[in-house]
Design a protein around this ligand. Structure first.
Ligand SMILES: *Cc1c(COP(=O)(O)O)cnc(C)c1O
Length: 381
């Protein structure tokens, strides 16, 4: 029987020999750039850490297991992962990408990828007819679900069928839910990317990124690309992410429990004009999430009655930190218009629904009483 995901956060199926690494419970940090050869034509299998490193490989096996993939690649950041993945495409290729995406992904696609001759149709994959945008050069569909920051939810299985029918790759950025709550490869995706900086690392202390696939041909391409371009994750950072992953399950559960309480509290405040959390029954994606995910996550986007009110909230928070990023144990509040999505042109931002009074909350694992006390202070004192 397949092991549960909490177990997979701690143990590989292929349990190591006790004699390896002296039986160390915590996987060792192989802080080495290179490896000795016992003779000409002889190798331990490890030649140089850009190509192979045991600590990084251990992390990659853990993440592949969490996403039910056959291979995972660990990179220095989420953007390094998405950039490497984009190297699979060639000038002339066309991709369909969600309109609402992490701002850094939009920046990558509209600057670097475009310069490399790749064209995009930027559409709302959760509600538009994706099929009608496919042309003879279309190679892939790239989505987030829920999207950052508007929390739009796409039916992965349905889109996966469209992609299969047209021989396109379906690529899903699974950062917002983490593998604990959602496994896109199981639903028909070919590639999953992650900002490991967020829930996988979980402690707001390390940058990392992942690409996971269940296809051998894609894995081979990506392995060639990472070896060639060189953005593999360093041994120490690999160890930090491994350490973070051990508590992924209990962190996700606690953060989600807090998020549900806070989403309902926000709904009752007069100054809040809209609460966007997929765990609320009125959310566009509530039923799809119940079908394709095991939880709703801990990211909440909300609109305030005015820009002034939003700025005042950001000025007043103390225990909750006004900071970019998400998915860590500490609760963070973000202003997408000037932070995560600052480089997205204002008209596109507003078309997606991001206004000057939109705030995004990454709910952490504090005592929810203290979070509510802080929010009450921020709103009413
Ligand atoms: C943060 C983020 C990224 C980029 O990851 P980095 O680790 O910051 O490079 C990509 N996608 C999503 C959804 C993110 O939230």
């Amino acid at each position: 029987m397949a092991r549960g995901i909490e177990t997979k956060c701690l143990h590989l199926e292929e349990d190591e020999e006790y004699s390896n690494n002296y039986g160390a419970i915590s996987y060792p940090i192989f802080q080495t750039a290179t490896y000795a050869h016992m003779g000409v034509g002889k190798s331990t299998g490890y030649d140089y850490s850009r190509l192979q490193n045991p600590t990084r490989e251990h992390l990659e096996k853990v993440v592949a297991a969490l996403e039910n993939g056959i291979d995972a690649l660990a990179l220095t950041t989420g953007m390094a992962a998405i950039t490497l993945m984009m190297e699979m495409f060639s000038p002339g290729d066309h991709l369909i990408a969600d309109a609402d995406l992490y701002g850094g992904s939009i920046r990558l696609f509209s600057n670097i990828s475009k310069k490399n001759g790749i064209t995009f149709s930027s559409i709302d994959c959760y509600k538009e007819d994706v099929e009608s945008y496919i042309n003879e050069n279309t190679k892939a569909v790239y989505i987030e679900t829920p999207t950052n920051p508007m929390m739009n939810v796409t039916d992965i299985e349905k889109l996966g069928k469209v992609a299969k029918r047209h021989n396109l790759l379906l690529i899903v950025d699974n950062t917002f839910l983490s593998p604990y709550f959602q496994n896109p490869l199981e639903l028909g995706a070919d590639i999953v990317v992650h900002s490991g900086t967020k829930y996988l690392g979980g402690h707001n202390d390390t940058l990392a990124g992942f690409i996971v696939t269940n296809r051998k041909d894609i894995s081979e391409k990506l392995r060639f690309l990472i070896k060639t371009t060189g953005a593999g994750l360093a041994p120490f950072d690999s160890w930090l992410i491994l350490r973070g992953i051990k508590t992924l399950g209990i962190r996700m559960e606690k953060a989600q429990e807090n998020a549900i309480v806070i989403a309902n509290w926000l709904k009752e405040q007069k100054a809040v004009t809209k609460v966007i959390y997929p765990g609320l029954k009125e959310h566009q994606g509530y039923e799809i999430m119940k079908k394709q995910a095991r939880g709703f996550g801990a990211m909440i986007t909300f609109q305030l009655e005015s820009k002034e009110y939003a700025l005042a909230v950001l000025e007043k928070v103390r225990m909750i930190k006004f900071a970019e990023s998400l998915g860590g144990v500490e609760t963070l509040i973000t202003y997408p218009a000037t932070q995560t999505h600052a480089d997205v042109p204002k008209e596109i931002r507003e078309k997606n629904g991001i206004t000057d009074s939109t705030l995004r909350l990454s709910v952490g694992i504090e005592d929810v009483k203290d979070l509510l006390e802080e929010l009450n202070k921020v709103f009413y004192e």
